[in-house]
Design a protein around this ligand. Structure first.
Ligand SMILES: [Mg+2]
Length: 382
C-alpha cells in the first residue's frame, strides 16, 4: 500500500496535469499493446509479459505498435472538444467520418462502418439518425462509444456535463442504452479517478454504483434490458459483481471472464475494465515487482483475452488518471503510435478543463441542441 500511496502522490492533487497526461497516454498504450491479443480466447500471462518485455528493445524504432479505431476515434473526440471548446455533435460526427475515410484500415467493426459512411453525407441533417437506424432500428450495444469516452472526463469539470456529453458523443454511433451507458460509466470512472477517488477503492465502486443507479433509472434502459434479457439495471448489476470480485482474496482469470465478460458489448467490457483497475491497485504476484500500476493494469487486461485492445484502452484511461504520467515507462510511450500526440493533447485538455472550472460556467453552451435524443426509446442489438 505504501508504494500505491507514493504513486498517488506522484500523480499530484485532484485534476493535476500528470493525471490528464497519464489518462490519455495510457489509453493509447492499452489500445496499441492490446492489439496483439485481440480476439484470443486464451492468453497465457507469460505471453503477455514477453510481448511487453519486447517494448524495451530500443532497436525496434518508434511507433511500431499502431493504434486502432479506439484511438482513432478518441483523437477525433479530443480534437473536436479542443477546437470547439464545447460539445458540438455536428463537428464530432464530421471528424469521425473524415478520419474513417482517410484511414479505414484501423479495425473498425462492420456495423460502425455503415454509420460512418452515412455520416460523411453532406445531405445528412440529423447526425444521430444513422446510429438509430442500425440493427433494424434497435441500435448498437457495442463498446465503440465507451472506448472513446475518456476525453469527456478530461474536458468537462462538471459531472453532469461529463455524463451528458459522454452519452451524446456515444450516441453518434451507438444508440442502444446498453451501448451509450457504457460510455457514461467509462467517463464517470475516469472523472472519479482524476479526482483521486481510487485512493479509497470501496468508496470508488460504491459511488460508481450510485451514479449508475441514477443513470439507469430510465424507461429506455428498462425496455432494452427486457428485450436483451438483462437485469433491470444492467450496468449496476455488473458493478455489484465487480464489488463482489474485488472483495475476494483470490479470483482467477476464468472467473473474471465468466462473471464480467471480455467481449465487444459495452456491458461485457466496461465493468471488466473497471475491475482490471481495482484488482491491480496492489502488486500482483503474476507480474514483476518492477511494474507500476499502469503496467499491471494493462498487462492484466491483456491476460483476459477477448477484446483486449478496447478493454486495455479503457482500463488504461482510468488507471492513468490515478497514477499519473510519471509511472509509465518511456519505452512503452516510444513504441506506441500516437502516445506522444496524446501527451500534447492532454496538456491542452488540462487547460480547457481548468479554464472552464475557473470560469464558473459549463464549457458546453450553444450546441448539443439534440440532447433530447437521449430520452428516446431505444432497443438494441449489436
Ligand atoms: Mg480497436
Amino acid at each position: 500500500m505504501a508504494a500505491a500511496a507514493a504513486r498517488s502522490v506522484a500523480a499530484g492533487g485532484p485534476a493535476s496535469l500528470s493525471r490528464f497526461r497519464g489518462s490519455l497516454v495510457a489509453a493509447v498504450l492499452g489500445d496499441c499493446v492490446g492489439g496483439e491479443f485481440e480476439g484470443a480466447e486464451d492468453v497465457p500471462v507469460e505471453n503477455v509479459l514477453q510481448h511487453l518485455n519486447s517494448l524495451d528493445d530500443e532497436s525496434k524504432g518508434s511507433g511500431i505498435l499502431e493504434y486502432s479505431d479506439d484511438t482513432a476515434m478518441a483523437r477525433c473526440v479530443v480534437q473536436s472538444l479542443l477546437t470547439r471548446a464545447s460539445f458540438d455533435e455536428q463537428d464530432m460526427a464530421r471528424r469521425f467520418a473524415k478520419e474513417y475515410s482517410s484511414s479505414p484500415g484501423r479495425g473498425y467493426g462492420s456495423g460502425v462502418i455503415q454509420v460512418l459512411k452515412k455520416l460523411s453525407s453532406p445531405q445528412l441533417s440529423d447526425v444521430y439518425q444513422p446510429a438509430r437506424d442500425q440493427f433494424n432500428g434497435r441500435g448498437s450495444f457495442g463498446n465503440g462509444g465507451a472506448m472513446r469516452a475518456a476525453p469527456f472526463a478530461l474536458a468537462f469539470p462538471d459531472l453532469a456535463d461529463v455524463k451528458r456529453f459522454a452519452r451524446l458523443g456515444a450516441m453518434l454511433t451507438h444508440s442502444c442504452s446498453l451501448g451509450y451507458n457504457g460510455a457514461v460509466l467509462q467517463a464517470l470512472a475516469v472523472h472519479l479517478s482524476l479526482h483521486g477517488a481510487l485512493n479509497l477503492p470501496q468508496q470508488f465502486i460504491d459511488r460508481l454504483i450510485a451514479e449508475m443507479e441514477e443513470v439507469e433509472c430510465d424507461e429506455a434502459v428498462q425496455n432494452d434490458a427486457r428485450i436483451l434479457k438483462e437485469a433491470e439495471k444492467p450496468f449496476c448489476e455488473r458493478l455489484h459483481r465487480v464489488r463482489d470480485l474485488m472483495n475476494r482474496s483470490k479470483v482467477s482469470i476464468e472467473e473474471v471472464i465468466s462473471e464480467l465478460g471480455n467481449g465487444i458489448a459495452a456491458l461485457h467490457s466496461v465493468p471488466t475494465a473497471v475491475f482490471c483497475v481495482l484488482h491491480c491497485l496492489q502488486p500482483r504476484e503474476i507480474f514483476p515487482n518492477s511494474y507500476g500500476g499502469v503496467e499491471r493494469t494493462i498487462a492484466y487486461s491483456l491476460a483476459l483475452g477477448g477484446d483486449t485492445d478496447t478493454i486495455a484502452c479503457m482500463a488504461g484511461a482510468i488507471a492513468g488518471a490515478h497514477y499519473g504520467l510519471e509511472t509509465i515507462p518511456q519505452s512503452w510511450i516510444r513504441c506506441c503510435e500516437g502516445a506522444e500526440d496524446a501527451d500534447v493533447s492532454a496538456e491542452r485538455l488540462h487547460m480547457l478543463y481548468h479554464q472552464s472550472s475557473q470560469g464558473g460556467r459549463s464549457s458546453c453552451e450553444g450546441s448539443s441542441k439534440n440532447s433530447s435524443n437521449g430520452s428516446e426509446k431505444k432497443t438494441g442489438a449489436k
